[in-house]
Design a protein around this ligand. Sequence first.
Ligand SMILES: CC(C)(COP(=O)(O)OP(=O)(O)OC[C@H]1O[C@@H](n2cnc3c(N)ncnc32)[C@H](O)[C@@H]1OP(=O)(O)O)[C@@H](O)C(=O)NCCC(=O)NCCS
Length: 147
Amino acid sequence: MRIRLAETADVEAIADLEAESFPADSWPAGYLREGVEGLLHGTVLHVAVDDDGVIVGHAITSIVFEIAELQRISVTPALRRRGVAGELLAAVRDEATRQGAERLLLEVRETNTGALAFYERAGFVEIDRRPRYYRDGTTAIILQMEL
Ligand SMILES: CC(C)(COP(=O)(O)OP(=O)(O)OC[C@H]1O[C@@H](n2cnc3c(N)ncnc32)[C@H](O)[C@@H]1OP(=O)(O)O)[C@@H](O)C(=O)NCCC(=O)NCCS
C-alpha cells in the first residue's frame, strides 16, 4: 500500500470510489479531473494504491493559506479498518503543513458514526454544529485539528 498524489489516469477510479462512498453527492469525473490537474484553486487529491496498482482510497483537501479543509476521505469497503484512511490522513496533514496550513477542518454528518469514530481517534475535536446543514436535514459537525 502506498499513498501518492492523484494523476489524470486515476480520475475514473476515484469517480468510482466517490460513487461507492458518497452516492448522494459524489464529485463528477469532470470536476475530479480539474482538481487533479490543479485547476481548482488549492485543491489536492491523494490516492491510496494497493500492491497491484489498484486505487483503494482517496482524499480531497483544499488548502488556502492557513486553513486546510478535508473535503473527502474514503476507503473501498472491503479494505476498511486496516489503517488505509489513517495513512491517507497522514499524507494530507504532511501536504497541508508543507503548504503552510495551521489547521485542518472538516464537516461530517452527525449520523456518520464510523467517520466520527475515525476522526476522533485521529485527534480531531468538535468546534461547531450546524443544524439542518445537509439537504436532507441532517446536522453537520465541524471538526478541527491543529497542524
Ligand atoms: C471513514 C473511513 C474513511 C475510515 O477508513 P478506514 O481505512 O477504515 O480507517 P482506519 O482503518 O484508518 O481506521 C483507524 C481507526 O479509526 C477508527 N474507525 C475507523 N472506522 C471506524 C468505524 N466504522 N467504526 C468505529 N471506529 C472506526 C478505529 O479506531 C480505527 O482503528 P481500529 O480499526 O484499529 O479500531 C471509511 O469508513 C469510509 O470510507 N467511509 C465512507 C466514506 C466516509 O464516510 N468518509 C468520511 C466522510 S467525508
